[in-house]
Design a protein around this ligand. Structure first.
Ligand SMILES: Cc1cc2nc3c(=O)[nH]c(=O)nc-3n(C[C@H](O)[C@H](O)[C@H](O)COP(=O)(O)OP(=O)(O)OC[C@H]3O[C@@H](n4cnc5c(N)ncnc54)[C@H](O)[C@@H]3O)c2cc1C
Length: 370
């Protein structure tokens, strides 16, 4: 399957996916046909290495593709963002059977969900889910929530504690098949925006999992999670740039058309200031993302650059979508305006894979250690 150009890829998400997205907004699920068309457009194989059936794009080369998808419907960019990131823990830590899933992910035949967050309290080392040795396997008990695409995933990267020390090496990851006995998936966790992204609660009490389903060594769970999350900060920041650019495009086009007191509002200095502020914000975000991506591709430590990009872009996408809504006037608050959905989708970024407060901790540590 030949690699699409950035223009072809963006055109698919803006001219084919988004116009077909009303059922997603209404029913909070992506139609099977649209998922197939996204696979045909190459959405799932951009960064997957060629040896696993992907196009093997570097993070830097991937950015314009992802930005194109992120200008469209939130569920479309989530398909691209997640699939092009979640193969990484499998490639690095997986056994032969687990790695064999990667080509299937590239074609859209397999979907893997990443499961860390717990409603009952506790993140990172503080997880409440526990795996206890049981003969040749494990008994796992606990719950997760807000798990993206859990409605359709066939495998789940489940990060749980294997001892009570809350130490760096107290967590272990498992790649749990959907059909495992005692694995309950309740995909009715509907979100404010990002409709179609299939969030769910997962519940498991004494669920038996064979040791061959362990992903990585015992105690390597945090590393497994970070092999997805570190990279993911760059990818998500880029999604914020794409959505903010779309909010700016919508505001610009509306300001040219909307006439009040005999003149298009685009000719009013107050509106021009809004557009200029939005433009500067988007450009600054794009620059920070590019810096983090280049460090990542060069094999350098990019943790601080990625957290800085994410911290800035989180605030940036909030400011830009606020201003875009204001430029639209009351029309922007109706379902007929694209900014109404864009505004809701943008709020998901506050929480997805780590909040601004947590990015601040990472950035502050970098500043204080310098
Ligand atoms: C659209 C979307 C998709 C998601 N997809 C997934 C997924 O696929 N898999 C998955 O595992 N999770 C997923 N999540 C969950 C997401 O990763 C978490 O919501 C996020 O990491 C925050 O954790 P929390 O909700 O437990 O917030 P909490 O940890 O309860 O935080 C509440 C508030 O306290 C602040 N806070 C918490 N701890 C500290 C601290 N130590 N210092 C300072 N402030 C602190 C937080 O910043 C936040 O403001 C998704 C969430 C959303 C909205």
């Amino acid at each position: 399957m030949s690699k699409p150009t950035v223009e072809e890829f963006t055109k698919f998400f803006l001219d084919e996916y988004e116009p077909a997205s009303q059922p997603i907004e209404d029913e909070d699920a992506i139609p099977a046909d649209l998922l197939k068309r996204a696979a045909h457009a190459g959405a799932y194989r951009l960064t997957i290495p060629e040896e696993h059936g992907g196009y093997g794009l570097s993070v830097t080369d991937y950015l314009p593709y992802l930005e194109g998808a992120a200008r469209g419907h939130g569920s479309g960019r989530m398909l691209v963002h997640l699939t092009n990131g979640v193969w990484r823990p499998l490639a690095r830590f997986g056994n032969q059977d687990q790695r064999a899933l990667i080509p299937k992910m590239a074609s859209g035949a397999a979907v893997v969900a990443f499961c860390l967050t717990e409603q009952s309290g506790g993140t990172g080392r503080n997880l409440q889910s526990r795996a206890l040795r049981a003969g040749a396997g494990w008994r796992i008990s606990g719950e997760k929530h807000l798990i993206t695409f859990a409605d359709r995933a066939d495998h789940f990267i489940l990060v749980v504690a294997t001892d009570d020390r809350q130490a760096k090496d107290s967590l272990t990851a498992f790649l749990v098949p959907r059909e495992t006995d005692g694995f309950e998936i309740d995909a009715t966790q509907h979100t404010m925006g990002l409709h179609g992204t299939g969030h769910a609660w997962l519940r498991y009490s004494g669920m038996y999992v064979e040791d061959r389903f362990r992903l990585g060594e015992i105690g390597q769970g945090l590393e497994v999670a970070l092999s997805f999350l570190d990279y993911s900060r760059v990818s998500l920041s880029n999604c914020m740039v794409g959505l903010a650019q779309r909010a700016l495009d919508e505001a610009t086009s509306f300001a040219r058309k909307r006439v009040t007191f005999g003149k298009p509002i685009a000719e009013r200095q107050a509106i021009q200031t809004h557009l200029a502020d939005m433009y500067a914000d988007v450009e600054a975000g794009r620059g920070l993302v590019l810096k983090a991506a280049r460090q990542c591709d060069a094999g350098e430590n990019f943790t601080a650059a990625a957290a800085t990009a994410k911290l800035f872009c989180l605030n940036m996408v909030g400011r830009v979508t606020d201003l875009s809504l204001r430029v639209h006037g009351g029309f922007g608050y109706t379902k007929q305006a694209a900014i109404e959905r864009i505004y809701r989708d943008a709020r998901g970024f506050w929480f997805e894979e780590g909040t601004a407060e947590i990015q601040s901790l990472v950035v502050a540590r970098h500043v204080l250690d310098a």
